[in-house]
Write a protein that binds this ligand. Structure first.
Ligand code: C2E
Ligand code: CA
Ligand code: CA
Length: 721
């Protein structure tokens, strides 16, 4: 599942959750609000109902002075007096007290007086009210039958809102009773019927008192739908219609909701913000997860030190580039890069410095290469580049850029290191060869570049293969020879001007079981490049030590490779061999090359001092071919210079060589050093060198390298003669 999908899912989930929560909260709030509103409505309805009943009681109470009155019994029942009725009932109740409807019914229920809307009316007009008040009259008459109850109640009223026509009117039927001693004619008393229209104006005073909103009277038919408004039933008509007082009840829940809505809005906003935050956090977490997955993937395919592709990714890319070649003709280049003498940096500066150097190399390679190239660290100080869609010239140009880019001094935290590299290049134009073969060819070319002197690049050529195979075979065989102690040592005499042997140089010899004699010029560099030089040197030195014990007064020269000198355990190993063989260091002259001094590291300097202190003497081999300056000669405890064979061979005819040889001899003299001329093959050379002031000579003219036995034999012969 890709990141987008996961994010969408998470987002959906959170939004869903938030929406769900808001919905739930909304439902709960709505329910609570509705409940609160309903309770308020009920409360108001009860309140209004009680208020109305109270109002009815007030109306009734206001009638009491008129209906509990001896004079009323006398004037209305005992002897009806219409004038009295008009003045005391009609004018008072209908006038001052504002009853719109006033009627008096006699003991038999017949209307005997009427007063409507401030005017006396014919009693017969009561017919309009008779029906609606019938129930009230019956109720009151029912109570009248029970004297105890009448006495208890004092005033007997019955009130109801009745529909008179279309108008709701609060009708009250009251039993007219004596207050002192008057007595009705019969068992029944007369009745007072009063009516107050429950007009909206009346309701208004009422609603003002109860703070009712929008209060109004409504006539509701049974079939009418229920109203959302609050209502209280005032009365019910005989046909089932109800007279109700309606008003819109307060809605505290809604009000609360409304007053709280900014707060609620804030809460919803907060919830929204919360879910966004939650989303972000989860997204970040998810991203992290995905990232760590990506990181793991990256780690699996990249070198942790440099961030470059590792061998796995390299192979992958190479296979891919190779496959592309099949589809699209062109050239594919592979470059193998090896840092020259990286091991020395690691050994003398430490691994941190080595890592720094590797990182710097990676950085420079990134600058040199194009985006489409794949740079890889194959391991250690080996790098490789895949250059897709190139030409042989393009590959050569890149190789040269790499050689140039990875040369010169590099600042490390611990000091400066000299950087150089060798590059092997292989280019294929068809997909016939496998991709592994391509890498192998680049590797072979790299060997060639190193052999050719490092700091350069070489293209793979088919004949390199044979050389490489030979080389690999030789390496394997050399190891075997060392294991079997099969290396031997030849000694070449060193003589004075009188051809007397004053010393010998120990020279390693290797007779290959199939190939026969292998020249040290071949197997010594091979041993140096494959890490066997220490073992070879030790084998030769051990042999020379044993052999030296056979000769007295003969200086034995032993060659020491620059790589041996800079190896940390070298001096200790030499001491161990001396101890083992019982040889004396004073017998030995250690021949080192200029390149050993060129490194000029503290390690080399210290090794030379220690060897010198032990009694070894030191010779500078192949002098004149390298860069050794006077400064080096002064700084190191050198005893002898060996003039390189190349100067000697062109003697005595070549003027330039004479000049160089002469300069070296006089230089040596001025520094108090001995000089030995190498490769003296002719008498002419020998004579010329003697003339120049050379004091020691080595060469085929004076003696070929020979076995230790042969040296002993020569010495015996010389003594004899
Ligand atoms: P080198 O130290 O300069 O040794 C002298 C080389 O010159 C020897 O070659 C020797 O056989 C050769 N030589 C001597 N006189 C003449 C001459 O008159 N004419 C000619 N053309 N050559 C002459 P070799 O034995 O083949 O050794 C080659 C090089 O191998 C040596 O050069 C030395 O650098 C290296 N080598 C030999 N043995 C050892 C060893 O035990 N340890 C180390 N580190 N290097 C060694
Ligand atoms: Ca030598
Ligand atoms: Ca030499």
């Amino acid at each position: 599942m890709d990141r987008r999908n996961i994010e969408l899912k998470i987002f959906g989930l959170i939004v869903g959750m938030a929406a769900g929560m808001i919905l739930l909260a909304g439902i709960a709030l709505t329910l609570a609000t509705r409940h609160a509103d309903q309770r308020e409505r009920q409360y108001e309805q009860t309140l209004v109902g009680n208020g109305l009943r109270q109002r009815g009681k007030e109306v009734q109470t206001a009638l009491n002075p008129y209906v509990i009155w001896d004079e009323a019994i006398i004037k209305l029942d005992n002897q009806f007096d219409p004038a009295w009725a008009r003045q005391n009932i009609g004018a008072s109740l209908g006038g001052a007290l504002g009853y719109k409807v006033v009627y008096v019914l006699d003991a038999d229920g017949r209307p005997i007086y009427g007063h409507v809307n401030g005017q006396d009316v014919a009693p017969e007009t009561y017919a309009r009210y008779a029906g609606p008040t019938q129930r009230l009259v019956e109720t009151v008459r029912e109570i009248e039958k029970d004297p105890k109850k009448v006495a208890e109640l004092r005033a007997v009223h019955g009130s109801r809102v009745e529909l008179i026509g279309a108008e709701p009117v609060l009708m009250t039927v009251s039993l007219i009773r004596p207050d002192l001693k008057a007595k009705t004619r019969g068992p029944r008393a007369p009745l007072l019927v009063t009516g107050i229209p429950v007009a909206n104006s009346v309701i208004k005073t009422f609603s003002d008192r109860f703070l009712l909103h929008d209060a109004h009277i409504a006539i509701v038919r049974p079939a009418d739908p229920p109203s959302a408004d609050a209502e209280t039933v005032l009365g019910k008509a005989t046909d089932g219609r109800r007279i109700v007082l309606r008003w819109s009840a307060r809605k505290p829940g809604e009000e609360l909701l409304r007053s709280a809505s900014p707060l609620l809005g804030l809460a919803i906003l907060a919830a929204g913000a919360g879910s966004i935050l939650l989303f972000r956090i989860t997204r970040r977490a998810a991203k992290k997860l995905l990232l760590s997955e990506a990181e793991a993937k990256h780690l699996a395919l990249h070198d942790p030190l440099t961030g470059l592709a590792n061998r796995t990714l390299f192979t992958d890319r190479l296979v891919h580039a190779h496959a592309t070649l099949r589809r699209k003709p062109g050239h594919l280049g592979v470059l193998c890069i090896d840092l020259d003498r990286f091991k020395e940096v690691n050994d003398s500066y430490g691994h941190d410095a080595g890592d720094q150097l590797i990182r710097e190399v990676a950085r420079r390679l990134k600058v040199i290469c194009r985006e489409t190239d794949t740079i890889c660290r194959l391991g250690g100080d080996e790098f490789a580049i895949i250059q897709p869609d190139t030409t042989p010239n393009g590959a050569a140009a890149l190789a040269q850029r790499v050689v140039d880019g990875l040369s010169g001094e590099v600042d490390l935290s611990i000091g400066r290191a000299e950087l150089s590299c060798s590059v092997g290049v292989a280019v294929v134009s068809d997909a016939e060869q496998g991709q592994a073969e391509l890498l192998r060819q680049a590797d072979v070319a790299l060997y060639r570049a190193k052999e050719a002197g490092r700091g350069r690049f070489a293209f793979f050529e088919p004949e390199m293969d044979a050389a490489l195979r030979l080389r690999k075979g030789l390496e394997r065989d050399l190891r075997a020879a060392l294991d079997n102690d099969a290396l031997t040592v030849a000694y070449q005499p060193l003589t004075d001007a009188k051809r007397r042997m004053v010393g010998v140089e120990a020279l390693a010899r290797w007779t290959h079981p199939e190939r026969g004699e292998i020249s040290p010029a071949i197997f010594i560099p091979l041993a140096e490049s494959c890490g066997l030089i220490g073992a070879v040197g030790a084998a030769v030195f051990r042999r020379a030590c044993y052999d030296s014990l056979r000769w007295t007064g003969l200086e034995v020269s032993v060659n020491v490779s620059a790589l041996q000198l800079s190896a940390p355990g070298f001096v200790g190993e030499v001491e161990a061999i001396l101890a083992e063989t019982g040889a004396r260091p004073e017998t030995f002259m250690l021949e080192i090359t200029e390149t050993a001094l060129l490194k000029d590291s503290d390690g080399v300097h210290e090794a030379l001092r220690r060897l010198k202190r032990q009694g070894f003497r030191l010779a500078l081999d192949d002098f004149g071919t390298g860069y050794a300056s006077l400064a080096y000669l002064r700084r190191h405890p050198i005893d002898k210079l060996k003039i390189d064979r190349s100067f000697v061979s062109s003697l005595p005819g070549n003027g330039e060589s004479v000049a160089v040889a002469s300069a070296i001899v006089s230089l040596a003299k001025s520094l108090g050093l001995k000089t030995t001329a190498e490769g003296v093959e002719t008498q002419g050379q020998f004579d010329a060198l003697i003339k120049l002031g050379c004091i020691e000579f080595q060469g085929y003219l004076l003696g070929r390298p020979m076995s230790a036995d042969a040296i002993s034999a020569v010495r015996i012969q010389a003594k004899a003669s």
